[in-house]
Design a protein around this ligand. Structure first.
Ligand code: NAD
Length: 353
C-alpha cells in the first residue's frame, strides 16, 4: 500500500492510473479536490478495490495520522500542491497554506507514524516529495542546465512556496532521520492537464475559435516532459533512489513558448483543420508579459539517468502528438472541466463538492 496526495490532479491522476496498471499494490489517494482536482480523471477506476479515495487536506494531521495508522503504507508520495504561477501572483496565501504549512503538517504526521514503526519498517519507509525545477530560478541563454547542486533562487510566489517545502523535506531528513526523496521536474504536458496551463489552453482555445494568448515576446524557454515519463521517473526514484537525495527530472526538450504554440497549431491543422481552411496560428495573440516571468529553465537529468537508469519513453514530437490526439478524442472531459459539470458529477458520485 502507498499513500498518494493530490492524486486527482494532473500529474497525480496520471501517476495513480499508471501505478495501478503496472502494480498489484493498492493506493490510498488523499485529495482536497480544489478547482484543480478532478475525479473524472480517475473514472476508469470506478469499482477498482485497489484505489481508495479520501477527500481531505494534507494539512489535516488528524486525518493523515488516521490514514497512516489504518492503511500502514510503505511510502507517502506528496503531489498535492497549489500549482499555477499566475494564480500565485493573484493570491499567494493559498500557496503558503498548502505548499508550505500543508507540507509541514504532512511531514509531522508522517514523522510521528514513522518514529513508531519497528526498525525494519522504518528502514523500508519512504517519503517522496514531488517538486519543480522552478525553485532554481531563471537561466541566461548560454548557462548550463540546472543540476541538483544549483542554488535555490525562486522568483514567483509559487516557486518560493515549493522551495520552502523542499527545504522542510530536506530538514526532516537531516534533523529527524525521515527517509525522504525529492524530485524536481520540468514542465509536464499530457492527458488530464487543466486548461489554464499553456499547452491544453492552446488546444482548447484553438478548437473553440478563441485567441491563443502568448506572454510577451513568447521567447521564454521551458524544458518539457511528457507526464507519463515524469510518473516513470517517480516510480524509479521511489524504488531505487538514495535516501536524502534529490533527483532532477527532465526531457532535454528546451522549447520557446511561441514554438510550442506554433507546433500545437500545426498539429491541429493536420489532425482537425479549421472549417475555413486557415491555419490555427492566425489565432495567436501576444499579451502583456507575466510579472517576474523567468526567461529560461533547463534541466540536467544526468544523475537520474546514470545512477538509476531512467530514460523518457517519449520524444517531444511523439508526446505532443499523443497529447493533442487525447484532447481531440476527449471533448467531454474538456467540456466538463470548462463548464464545471464535473463538480456536479462529483457531488452526485461522492456526496460532496
Ligand atoms: P494540479 O494543480 O493539477 O493538482 C494538484 C492536486 O492537489 C489537485 O488534485 C488538488 O485538488 C490537490 N490539492 C491541492 N491542495 C491540496 C491540499 N491542501 N490537500 C490535498 N490535496 C490538495 O498540479 P500538478 O500539475 O498535477 O502538480 C502536482 C505536483 O507536481 C505539484 O507538487 C507541482 O508542484 C509538481 N510539479 C508540477 C509540474 C507541472 O508541469 N505541472 C512540474 C513539476 C512539478
Amino acid at each position: 500500500m502507498i499513500l498518494v496526495t493530490g492524486g486527482a490532479g494532473f500529474i497525480g491522476s496520471n501517476f495513480v492510473l499508471d501505478w495501478l496498471a503496472q502494480h498489484d499494490e493498492s493506493i490510498v489517494n488523499l485529495d482536497k479536490l480544489t478547482y484543480a482536482g478532478n475525479l473524472e480523471n480517475l473514472r476508469s477506476l470506478e469499482g477498482e478495490a485497489r484505489h481508495i479515495f479520501v477527500h481531505g487536506d494534507i494539512g489535516d494531521s488528524t486525518l493523515v495520522s488516521r490514514l497512516l495508522a489504518e492503511h500502514q503504507p510503505r511510502a507517502v508520495l506528496n503531489f498535492a500542491a497549489e500549482s499555477h504561477v499566475d494564480r500565485s501572483i493573484l493570491g499567494p496565501g493559498a500557496f503558503i497554506e498548502t505548499n508550505v504549512v500543508g507540507t509541514l503538517n504532512l511531514l509531522e504526521a508522517v514523522r510521528a507514524h514513522w518514529s513508531a514503526l519497528p526498525a525494519d519498517g522504518q528502514a523500508a519507509f519512504r517519503f517522496l516529495h514531488v517538486s519543480t525545477d522552478e525553485v532554481y530560478g531563471t537561466l541566461g541563454p548560454g548557462d548550463p542546465a540546472f543540476a541538483e547542486t544549483h542554488r535555490y533562487e525562486p522568483n514567483s510566489p509559487y516557486s518560493a512556496s515549493k522551495a520552502a517545502s523542499d527545504h522542510l523535506v530536506r530538514a526532516w531528513h537531516h534533523t529527524y532521520g525521515l527517509p525522504v526523496l525529492t524530485t524536481n521536474c520540468s514542465n509536464n504536458y499530457g492527458p488530464f492537464h487543466f486548461p489554464e496551463k499553456l499547452i491544453p489552453l492552446i488546444i482548447v482555445n484553438a478548437l473553440a475559435g478563441q485567441p491563443l494568448p502568448v506572454y510577451g515576446d513568447g521567447q521564454q524557454i521551458r524544458d518539457w516532459l511528457y507526464v507519463k515519463d515524469h510518473c516513470s521517473a517517480i516510480r524509479r526514484v521511489l524504488e531505487a533512489g538514495t535516501v536524502g537525495d534529490t533527483y532532477n527530472v527532465g526531457g532535454w526538450n528546451e522549447k520557446a513558448n511561441i514554438d510550442i504554440v506554433r507546433g500545437v497549431c500545426a498539429l491541429l491543422d493536420e489532425l482537425r483543420p479549421r472549417a475555413d481552411g486557415k491555419p490555427y496560428a492566425a489565432q495567436i495573440t501576444f499579451v502583456k508579459d507575466r510579472p517576474g516571468h523567468d526567461r529560461r529553465y533547463a534541466i540536467d537529468a544526468r544523475k537520474l539517468e546514470k545512477e538509476l537508469g531512467w530514460k523518457p519513453a517519449e520524444t517531444f514530437e511523439t508526446g505532443i502528438r499523443k497529447t493533442v490526439e487525447w484532447y481531440l478524442t476527449n471533448p467531454e472531459w474538456v467540456e466538463h472541466v470548462q463548464s464545471g459539470a464535473y463538480r456536479e458529477w462529483l457531488g452526485q458520485q461522492y456526496g460532496h463538492r
